[in-house]
Design a protein around this ligand. Structure first.
Ligand SMILES: O=C(O)CCC(=O)C(=O)O
Ligand SMILES: [Fe+2]
Length: 331
């Protein structure tokens, strides 16, 4: 599944009829920006910056990406109407969240939330807040809790589960194509693995995480993914910075803004400074994932211990063929 595939090749694409090994390619580095179009816009410093940025390494300027997925009560209608399976990836169902409580004798119905919040479930949100613990951060090799720097709560992934799946919605594919584009046509195939790291809650007033850079968990971690679940709040924009540029992801929302519920997401490289601005009202509830560059599955041959070849439909045919006398004699 691919949420955003590159446009088909144009004159700038490399296409070689008769040579199946050469895949037609759309690569932004092959794009020729118009040279000095006869309009005032070409003199604009912004146009010049855009031209220079595209001409340089695209990777160097695309340090973050993100989007939002509308939440709909049911997927069936929209998909049937358009008769298009791909439509399923452009919206998602309300998200169920379940967690373990330390409180004795808690009913499972009390440790479940559906987001956007269903009527009369505010008590469950209160329960979740009680069951979460203060979120620390790394300082000088230690985990510290300092509300003047980070005011948030957390739950470890061993203590909760959710129905949200960034793979199903094409978010992980989009990240791979946007943040690892240079690998798209390399001989080595690689994929992105998103590993759930935490559930975090930044509440108003004054929930925040001041400017910091995340610590990669391993040499293969290249970034982070933040997913903002549909819960009403104001403030709490995420700012991601790299080489003097800032990209802002503002997922604040309320029932009255007429926008409809959605899930916001942002991904960025590990070396980007980022900051969660103060949440002024409500609750900003997020899932965070560590993003790893992993071996892709483009080269199954010889390295696929989990695939049992004896269950492939052609196995018996090939077996019969190699056991045939004629085969051994090379006839
Ligand atoms: O919630 C966010 O937008 C970012 C959180 C963050 O920076 C972190 O958990 O390290
Ligand atoms: Fe962070």
């Amino acid at each position: 599944m691919s949420a955003s595939s590159p446009p088909s090749p144009t004159t700038s694409g490399v296409s070689s009829p008769g040579s199946p090994d050469v895949v037609p390619e759309w690569n932004v580095r092959h794009l020729k920006m118009p040279t000095a179009p006869p309009s005032r816009i070409s003199d604009s410093p912004l146009f010049r910056e855009l031209r220079e940025s595209v001409a340089k390494e695209t990777v160097a300027v695309t340090f973050a990406c993100g989007g939002s997925v509308p939440v709909v009560p049911s997927l069936v209608d929209a998909a049937e109407e358009a008769d298009d399976e791909a439509l399923r990836a452009t919206s998602c169902l309300p998200i169920d969240l379940r967690w373990d409580s330390d409180e004795k004798a808690t009913l499972s119905s009390e440790t479940k939330l559906t987001l956007p919040l269903e009527p009369n479930t505010e008590n469950n949100l209160d329960r979740l807040i009680k069951d979460m613990t203060p979120a620390t951060f790394g300082r000088g090799g230690e985990h510290v809790y300092d509300e003047s720097y980070r005011k948030a709560l957390k739950l470890d992934p061993t203590r909760f589960s959710s129905t949200f799946n960034p793979y199903e919605l094409g978010i992980v594919d989009t990240i791979a194509q946007t943040l690892l584009p240079s690998l798209r046509h390399s001989q080595q195939t690689r994929s992105v693995k998103a590993e759930l790291y935490k559930l975090n809650l930044y509440s108003g007033p004054s929930g925040k995480f001041k400017a910091h850079v995340d610590t990669p968990r391993s040499p293969t971690q290249f970034g982070s993914l933040v997913v903002c679940l549909p819960l009403e709040h104001r403030g709490g924009a995420l700012e991601v910075r790299h080489k003097g540029k800032t990209v802002t992801f503002d997922w604040s929302n309320s029932k009255d803004d007429g926008k409809g519920a959605s899930v916001g997401w942002a991904a960025f490289y590990s070396d980007c400074e980022h900051e969660v601005l103060e949440v002024t009202e409500g609750h900003r509830l997020t899932l965070t994932y560590n993003l790893f560059c992993v071996r892709g599955n483009g080269q199954l041959g010889g390295n696929c211990p989990w695939l049992d070849a004896t269950h492939l439909p052609l196995y018996k045919t090939v077996l019969a063929l190699v056991q045939d006398d004629g085969w051994e004699k090379g006839e």
